[in-house]
Write a protein that binds this ligand. Structure first.
Ligand SMILES: Nc1ncnc2c1ncn2[C@@H]1O[C@H](COP(=O)(O)OP(=O)(O)OP(=O)(O)O)[C@@H](O)[C@H]1O
Ligand SMILES: [Mg+2]
Length: 1045
């Protein structure tokens, strides 16, 4: 089950596939693979023509680029075009040489592999231009650092220098490369171009001394003469007119408007400055160029002995000066030859013909070796001293297939080279491709193609090939000539299907082949070679005499080119043909080791004209370039294949099942992956070890999706990395925190230890003080005592009694007993004072009453203690309860206290309810509206109560008092209160008597009665047999009143 997120990714992947499909050119098809009639050469040509008319010179066959030379500036190589193609997928934009370059560059960067862009096509088809555009593209679009800018400039400027020395105007091309060039551009791991290396192949030296009619020598001669400053030319002994020099004038070429030698001279001069050429180097180099021109003008004349002489030695002098040789030695070397005869050397004069040969050989050798020196010099300036691993993109711009009216040894070599490259192409594309399908078990219909190996073998096979036969002829003792070589060819390879001579040809073909010629049926067509000069050019002989002179010259460049060691080496150096064969096979090794991209250049017409599309010429090129075969293989085949492991490794991030690891077999992983990204069945095939993808667009869509997913991966990697960094920081912080905590805890622990130590000391001192506490103050106890005092006082704060009745007090230590007592007293006094101050007048009066009650009853009467807590009332009778008549009777006397009482008759002890009213001066016993008894205080003799809790009070009246009725026997509930009030009103000391057991009273004056207070079983007041009132106390006592007669 795929998750929601995965489902959301799918449409994105699909979208990219659709986007690539939409990229299509309107005019013709931009990829021949899309041609309906892909097997028809006419349809192919039509498409090419349609596009060419619209100035669309580029068309793909899959990833191969077909380019038609427009012979005009099209404005398609601007900086904005470069930017457009930068980093864009191959098929998203119209075909362009930049797309090929960018594709190779991106593949190199992403896969860290070496690449090669192989540019082929015939002379004038635009190979060199294409290679220059590619180089410019890299220079402008690759990342760059300031320090490497110089490397970039050198790479760019090596071109004009090499072109000046190695290119020339031919009939087919005004700027024809007369040497093969393979250039490695080295990139570091960031994709920055950091250096390069150039390998030059077989420069056409013969051009120095001879050019076909209408052709020119190498550009540099004309540039020097046209552009060189007057002083420079004067120093070199040159005149500005090329016609003055035989090597330049013989081909009778009109000065061409297409060549701008003066401007080119400027460019080359500037380039020299960038590529590390010193003043000395340039002086020597131009010296050599000038000396070749002078050499061409050396004339020979035959003397009477038939030997060559030089009548005018002006040129010789200049050459001697410029090359730093002895004029006489040079003169001799040009007209004489040294022959080694056993032990001695014999010098014999040369014939005129030989002298001319010697002169031209010298010119060719000097120029050829100088060119090699130049390539080495440029390489030295391009070399990068950084030895880290580099990846390279190789650019091969080699002379194209050539057919002239007269074809010589050079054309033979050049065409052989093209044959080899075609072989490589066949090996790498057609043959290898088909073999691979077979090996991988992919269904495949074999494509028929012409394998040119047979021609290559004809030329290069050991002992049997044309080059070997030529070499044999060169070293063979006896008279060997170009003709004998031709005969040898007829003899040895005459039966070969691709070889023909006049003798071997049938009657029809015979007419077209000369006696000195042989014909090869190249893959690109038939070419007839004239054997004239083959042996000489293959030998490339420079007379030893001349070599010696050159080895001894003072010109620093030539010194490097002609080493003295060469003279000592008696072995014959390999022939030019063999050298070329060897260098070609090492070139092929270089090419095979790299991932190739192909550019096939087509020349639209022979006239170098824009907009002219020569069907015949182009059809021919289509054929020999093998474009139709290539298209057929492409159409039937697969644009891309990759080992399962590699494919999975690259794209596994596109499918959640394969990301981040696929544990099963890679083939299954790939199957799962492509199913997930939605490949259609016709888009791919699965081989034994590889996946084959039919259309490039499928791959590019996948690549786009990968690019997109890369961002996500990068984000994830970044996140992980950032998390890693953060974690590292966090761990460091944590460790720091732990260390801080540890140290801080250490600090705290030390502080605590200090504190405890201090505490121990204190405690020890405290104990000591405690032990000595009772001793006189001294060092041992002083502190302790102070502490105890302080502590006690401070503690006491919280334990001070808050009320007068609170008797608690903090127990003092022994030494503070006295102080504590004093403090306690003070405290109590203070509390009392506070208490007293807080008492109201009313309460004070009450207290006073209590005090009086205390004085009277304390310790004497039962029930007193209980009465203490009960406050005395002002009166027990409300004024309303007193009969108004009584109040009236009292008149102005104010009732101070009133209480209901039971009055017992003095005689019969009958109990009656009465009210006892106390005024300021008398006590009244009142019954309702009548005052039953008024006892003036003055007449009050005393008041008696019992010690028991019986409520009796007897008011004793003085016998003499008026209206005396005898003592009043009263009982009331609040006897203590009533008595106290009375005492306070009477203000008489000792008024109250608290008696025990019984008391006496006056029934009437002179007649006494007794009241007995006793205990009894029940509360009952009665008159006993003795006529006494007995008042038994409830449950315990009884009171009896006895009348005393
Ligand atoms: N893309 C192009 N745009 C404009 N002109 C071009 C282009 N390609 C080639 N030419 C023209 O064609 C001429 C020949 O091209 P170039 O020198 O590249 O041919 P070549 O294939 O290198 O030939 P040779 O094999 O002789 O070296 C150039 O000088 C230039 O004028
Ligand atoms: Mg070229």
């Amino acid at each position: 089950m795929e998750s929601k997120r995965e489902a959301a990714r799918r449409p994105h992947i699909r979208l990219h596939v659709e986007g690539a499909l939409a990229a299509r050119d309107r005019v013709g098809v931009q990829d021949f693979v899309l041609l309906d009639a892909h097997t028809s050469e006419s349809a192919f040509l039509d498409n090419l023509r349609k596009r060419f008319r619209e100035d669309l010179i580029y068309t793909y066959i899959g990833t191969l680029l077909v380019s038609v030379n427009p012979y005009q500036e099209l404005g398609i190589y601007t900086l904005s075009q470069m930017e457009l193609y930068q980093g864009v997928n191959f098929f998203e934009l119209p075909p362009h040489v930049y797309a090929i370059a960018d594709n190779a560059y991106r593949m190199m960067c992403s896969e860290r592999t070496n690449h090669l862009i192989l540019i082929s096509g015939e002379s004038g088809a635009g190979k060199t231009e294409a290679s220059k555009k590619i180089l410019q593209y890299f220079a402008m679009t690759c990342p760059m650092t300031d320090s490497l800018e110089i490397a970039r400039d050198r790479l760019l400027l090596s071109n004009p220098v090499l072109e000046a020395f190695g290119n020339a105007k031919t009939l087919r091309n005004d700027n024809s490369s007369r040497f093969g060039k393979y250039m490695d551009i080295q990139f570091d791991f960031k994709g920055i171009p950091i250096g390069g290396h150039i390998i030059g192949y077989l420069i056409e030296k013969s051009r120095v001394v001879y050019q076909n009619h209408g052709e020119r020598n190498f550009h540099i001669f004309y540039q020097l003469l046209e552009g060189g400053e007057e002083e420079l030319l004067a120093c070199l002994g040159l005149e500005r007119d090329p016609q003055l020099y035989r090597y330049l004038a013989q081909a009778h070429v009109a000065s061409e408007s297409s060549m701008n030698d003066r401007n080119d001279w400027e460019t080359v001069s500037n380039a020299f400055a960038v590529i590390d050429f010193t003043e000395g180097d340039l002086e020597n180099l131009f010296g050599i160029i000038a000396s070749i021109l002078h050499l061409g003008n050396v004339c020979f004349r035959e003397n009477r002995q038939g030997c060559a002489t030089i009548p005018v030695i002006k040129e010789i002098k200049w050459i001697a000066k410029l090359l730093g040789v002895q004029p006489a030695a040079l003169l001799e070397a040009l007209t004489h030859r040294k022959i080694e005869a056993q032990t001695e050397e014999v010098i014999c004069p040369l014939t005129l013909e030989n002298s001319v040969y010697a002169r031209d050989a010298m010119a060719k050798a000097v120029y050829g070796r100088t060119f090699t020196w130049l390539v080495n010099k440029i390489n030295a300036s391009l070399v990068n001293k950084d030895f880290t691993k580099k990846t390279v993109i190789g650019l091969l711009d080699i002379y194209g297939f050539e057919v002239f009216d007269k074809n010589g040894f050079e054309q033979f070599c050049i065409n052989y080279c093209n044959e080899k490259l075609q072989q490589l192409l066949i090996e790498r594309t057609l043959k290898a491709e088909q073999a691979e399908y077979e090996m991988e078990g992919i269904e495949w219909e074999p494509i028929q193609y012409f394998n040119n190996k047979i021609i290559c073998d004809l030329v290069e096979e050991r002992h049997k090939g044309i080059i070997s036969i030529l070499d044999e002829e060169c070293i063979r003792p006896g008279p060997a000539s170009d003709l004998s070589f031709l005969e040898k060819l007829e003899e040895k390879v005459g039966k070969h299907a691709h070889f023909q001579t006049r003798k071997l040809a049938g009657p029809t073909g015979r007419k077209r082949i000369g006696w000195m010629e042989f014909r090869l049926f190249h893959y690109a067509g038939e070419v007839t070679y004239c054997t004239k000069g083959f042996l000489e050019k293959n030998n490339d002989l420079l007379y030893r005499h001349l070599k010696e002179v050159l080895c001894r010259c003072r010109n620093a460049i030539l010194k490097e080119c002609f080493l003295a060691a060469e003279l000592e080496n008696r072995r014959r150096s390999p022939t030019v043909g063999t050298q070329f064969k060897t260098s070609l096979s090492s070139l092929l090794e270089i090419l095979i080791s790299k991932e190739p991209s192909y550019i096939r250049c087509i020349k639209p017409n022979e006239r170098k004209e824009p907009s002219r599309f020569d069907d015949l010429l182009i059809r021919h090129q289509i054929k020999y370039l093998g474009l139709m075969e290539h298209l057929r293989v492409r159409r039937a085949g697969f644009a891309y294949r990759r080992k399962y492991e590699h494919f999975l490794q690259r794209y596994k991030s596109l499918c959640p099942d394969t990301w981040p690891h696929w544990r099963g077999p890679p083939a299954e992983g790939v199957e799962r992956l492509i199913k997930y990204i939605g490949y259609k069945p016709e888009e791919y095939k699965l081989g034994r070890t590889k996946i084959f993808i039919r259309f490039p667009r499928t791959l590019f869509a996948t690549e786009d999706a990968f690019e997109f997913s890369k961002h996500q991966l990068v984000a994830r990697i970044q996140a992980t990395y950032k998390a890693c960094l953060e974690r590292r920081v966090y761990v460091r912080k944590r460790q720091a925190a732990i260390k801080l905590e540890t140290n801080w805890r250490g600090v705290l622990a030390r502080k605590e230890a200090e504190r405890r130590k201090w505490a121990v000391l204190i405690i020890r001192r405290f104990i000591k003080g405690f032990i000595h506490r009772d001793k006189p103050l001294g060092p041992d106890n002083e502190e302790f005592v102070v502490f105890v005092r302080k502590n006690y006082i401070l503690n006491l704060r919280y334990h001070v009694p808050r009320t007068v009745l609170d008797k608690r007090w903090l127990r003092p230590p022994g030494i503070l007993q006295h102080a504590s007592d004093l403090l306690r007293k003070m405290c109590v006094r203070n509390l009392v004072r506070k208490y007293c101050r807080g008492i109201t007048a009313e309460r004070k009066a009450l207290m006073q009453q209590k005090a009086v009650a205390s004085a009277v009853f304390r310790g004497k009467k039962e029930g007193y203690a209980e009465s203490l807590n009960k406050p005395f009332a002002n009166s027990r009778i409300d004024e309303g309860d007193i009969n108004p008549k009584v109040l009236q009777l009292l008149g102005s006397e104010k009732i101070q206290y009133g209480i209901p009482v039971i009055k017992y008759d003095r005689k019969g002890f009958k109990a009656r309810q009465r009210q006892l009213l106390l005024t300021q001066s008398a006590a009244y016993v009142v019954e309702l509206a009548r005052v039953k008894q008024k006892i003036e205080y003055a007449a009050l003799r005393g008041v008696t109560t019992s010690n028991l809790s019986d409520g009796f009070l007897i008011l004793h009246v003085s016998p003499g008092a008026s209206k005396h009725k005898g003592d009043a026997i009263l009982q009331c509930e609040h006897v203590i209160e009533a008595v106290t009030k009375l005492v306070m009103l009477v203000k008489k000391e000792n008024l109250v008597h608290v008696v025990q057991g019984s008391l006496q009273f006056y029934i009437s004056p002179g007649r006494e009665g007794t009241i007995v207070f006793d205990t009894g079983p029940e509360e009952q007041i009665y008159k006993d047999k003795n006529g006494q009132l007995t008042v038994p106390r409830r449950g315990l006592f009884q009171v009896s009143v006895r009348r005393k007669s």
